[in-house]
Design a protein around this ligand. Sequence first.
Ligand SMILES: [Zn+2]
Length: 198
Amino acid sequence: MSLFFIQKFEIMKKIILISTLTLSSLMSCQSQSAQSKNTNTVPTDKSITPGTSHSKNPYYSRKDTTPLQIEDAEWEKILPSEVFEVARQKATERPFTGKYWNYKGKGIYYCAACGNALFKSDAKFASSCGWPSFFQTIRSNSVAYQTDNALGMERTEVLCGRCGGHLGHIFNDGPAPTGMRYCMNSIVLEFEPETKKK
Ligand SMILES: [Zn+2]
């Protein structure tokens, strides 16, 4: 009997700890902290190379911008599980862990689920929040917005304008000219370096 309660108590402790960690990482995303000194390690291009195969994903296209209406069960079959967890189940990656949070390459960021063009690297800025941050999208309809009241906070969720996948949140503490900060999850972004020709 008592052993059962001890086990239950241990599980509860774990749940509380996990919730606290998740909440604190979200809070740090929300308030742009002043302590900006993050490392200036820039990943090499090798670590960024897309190389992702979309052969299992018939909806992926970098040209077609027609909105998609696809069930989560179908996405689950065709997306890598870590992309599915963020794009369709609205998970948030831990700060300072994603491949793009401090990446400075020149090019375009696409939706990793459907190939929709989302951001230009010109609109990316060095944010101390630990997630890749942009001040504007590549087209006005690249993304869609929706109110998110989860975790007792009112935030605005940013979704892919084509597939409706969760990308992150938007805050109004970004730099000029827009003053906005699109706080994104690296795992749902796919970077393509710009080509040399001008
Ligand atoms: Zn998408």
